[in-house]
Design a protein around this ligand. Structure first.
Ligand code: GDP
Ligand code: MN
Length: 377
């Protein structure tokens, strides 16, 4: 899960990294008040989970509270890389002497974290990295050793960062470890004209696997930028990813669902989603899964592909039959049951005899049928 800048900023602050005073709002009128409270001049910043806000015009200086209101109104109407801007952050402006880039990111292949740092941070960092890779230092960090002062000094030295950044590098590592992040990035980390080191921007990607031990993350889940269907599915505990096709796909087991996506594509249609119900064949999970998939207007047909193992097919069929009582089926449903108790499962669905439900005995046959139904619908 990615955080908004203002959320990342809060984590930095809690770990003792200097950040400008700032406040978030969704209202231009409130922006004016906030600007007054911050001393008049502010930087108005779009809060979207996308990079390149500065280049898109989503980060702008406002000279006074009236300008802050006007600028907030303009930025709140923007769309940055497909992300509608719903809130803005107003921050006290900082006089910049130098802009640096620092980040820690998980390097899975190396089994290490990677510190990436440059004395030439700012909005052009991608160009710097492409044209002069030597200007960007890359230093591996052993996760068991972490970033000590000595390690931070090594990173700063490699990147040509001033010695005052060493403390920030250590604290940023603490953010990564304590907050269970896979990525923390500050661009720009600046030296102000007063010689202070301040984080002017922040990006944090949290490791979703840690959500059980991070109780505060519940508050992040309300983020309005994510796909509403994915949010609804997540709230129901479903493993759902929206795709851009027209065949809804439900299966048990990630591997089976992924191969089902391939087979649907092989039959000339595009999958509308990935939905793994895992070992959960209950009517409740089926009903939840079906209702999420059916509420995607792009879906023209739904394919349920189940291989019964520990979860027997008759339990899945029973789940589908019960789900049909609570979910109004509006699109054709193709069901393929195989494996443990498949015959009993098929008999249960036959007995229900729903006009929009049909069965197939093979995965390929089911995919072909679902693709046909989707493309002729
Ligand atoms: P991004 O484009 O999404 O990465 O947004 P940033 O928060 O990094 O802001 C873009 C650029 O705006 C930064 O690289 C800075 O050059 C500039 N900027 C942001 N805040 C301030 C500020 O307080 N003072 C000054 N002078 N420039 C700022
Ligand atoms: Mn930035």
């Amino acid at each position: 899960m990615d955080l908004y800048e203002h959320q990342a900023r809060e984590l930095f602050e809690e770990h003792g990294i200097l950040v400008p005073r700032a406040e978030v709002t969704d209202s231009p009128k409130k922006a004016r008040e906030i600007a007054r409270g911050l001393g008049g001049r502010t930087v108005v910043k779009a809060q979207v989970k996308a990079g390149g806000r500065g280049k898109a015009g989503g980060v702008r200086l406002a000279a006074d509270p009236a300008a802050a209101e006007l600028t907030a109104r303009q930025i709140l109407g923007m769309d940055i890389e497909g992300h509608p801007v719903r809130t803005v952050m107003l921050a006290q402006p900082v006089d910049i002497q130098a802009e640096f880039y620092v980040s820690y990111v998980l390097d899975r292949a190396a089994g290490r974290f990677l510190a990436i740092a440059s004395a030439e941070g700012g909005m052009e960092i991608e160009e710097v990295a492409a044209s002069r890779p030597e200007a960007v230092a890359r230093v591996h960090v052993d996760p068991a050793e972490g970033v000590t002062s000595a390690k931070a000094a090594e990173i700063a030295e490699a990147a040509g960062l001033p010695p005052q950044t060493v403390d920030v590098l250590v604290r940023l590592w603490e953010v990564l470890v304590r907050e269970d992040a896979l990525l923390v990035e500050v661009n720009p980390l600046v030296r102000t004209t007063q010689g202070r080191i301040v984080a002017l921007d922040g990006k944090v990607t949290l490791d979703d696997n840690a959500c059980l031990r991070q109780s505060r993350w519940g508050a992040y889940g309300e983020a309005g930028d994510d796909d509403p269907l994915e949010a609804a599915a997540a709230a129901k505990g479903l493993n759902y990813v929206r795709l851009d096709g027209e065949v809804g796909v439900i299966g048990n087991g990630a591997g089976l669902v992924m191969s089902t996506l391939d087979v649907v594509a092989g039959r000339g249609a595009r999958p509308a989603n990935f939905l793994d119900i895992g070992g959960g064949a209950s009517a409740r999970i089926m009903a939840d899964g079906l209702s999420v998939v059916l509420s995607d207007p792009a879906v023209k047909s739904v394919l349920v592909n189940v291989f019964g193992g520990i979860t027997a097919c008759d339990a899945v069929a029973d789940g589908i039959v019960q789900a049909l009582d609570t979910v109004r089926l509006t699109k054709p449903l193709v069901v393929r049951l195989d494996g443990n108790n498949a015959a009993r499962g098929r008999a249960l669905l036959d007995a229900r005899a729903h006009p929009l439900v049909q069965q197939a005995t093979t995965m390929d046959g089911a995919a072909r049928r679902a693709a046909q139904l989707a493309t002729t619908a």
